[in-house]
Design a protein around this ligand. Structure first.
Ligand SMILES: Cc1cc2nc3c(=O)[nH]c(=O)nc-3n(C[C@H](O)[C@H](O)[C@H](O)COP(=O)(O)O)c2cc1C
Length: 187
């Protein structure tokens, strides 16, 4: 696959076919993250690849958190079931966290570098037919998520969960503003 083709055709994938992503493929994709551009080479990224038990416990924690606003037992049960099924439908999950080091300026640049790393990873997976969603929903801020993943919030911040799998559906590209609207040509 040509690089420009991968960049333009890459989509955020939320619906996956059941079945795992081969571990070697996932690690190849994650490995490209280490090669992202990174001011001062702080290498702020940390990755945690969830095994089945952690995946299941994450789904349970997510379900509990989702169910807190429910007004009846029946609704609570339904919300729990839906939330559990949703997370368990993600074939592979990798948590990405940022080492919290240095000044506010460094942390901003480190977040930029991690975003570049995630883009590398998503494109590398995409080139091998595997889709991904970067999830930054409230699950990544829950204390129990930090505890489950063994991440100390004073040292690292979870910036996303990456859901990987073979796409069941590739959505149409969400429209972008044309270049002419976002580019100013200066003399
Ligand atoms: C920092 C960041 C956080 C994101 N968090 C979420 C998220 O929580 N849930 C989600 O569905 N998509 C999330 N996305 C993916 C975007 O929604 C997606 O890129 C956008 O809809 C455009 O679709 P595309 O990636 O297919 O071009 C996130 C993307 C970025 C860069």
């Amino acid at each position: 696959m040509e690089l420009s083709e991968a960049i333009l055709q890459r989509r955020t994938i939320k619906d996956f076919k059941p079945g795992p992503v081969p571990a070697e493929l996932l690690e190849r994709a994650l490995d490209t993250g280490r090669w992202a551009q990174n001011h001062k080479l702080t290498q702020p990224w940390r990755f945690a690849l969830l095994g089945p038990e952690t995946h299941r416990r994450l789904a349970e924690g997510f379900a509990e958190a989702q169910a807190t606003g429910a007004v009846s037992d029946a609704e609570r049960d339904q919300v729990r079931r839906d939330a559990t099924a949703k997370l368990l439908s993600k074939p592979s999950i990798v948590a990405v966290s940022q080492r919290l080091e240095g000044s506010a300026a460094q942390r901003k640049e480190d977040y930029g570098a991690i975003s570049c790393a995630i883009q590398n990873i998503q494109l590398a997976a995409w080139a091998e037919g595997v889709g991904m969603q970067w999830s930054s929903g409230k699950i990544i801020a829950l204390p129990q998520t930090y505890e489950l993943l063994g991440i100390e919030p004073v040292k690292e911040e979870i910036v996303g969960l990456l859901f990987f799998g073979y796409p069941a559906k590739v959505p149409a590209p969400p429209p972008r503003r044309p270049l002419g609207e976002v580019l100013r040509r200066l003399p």
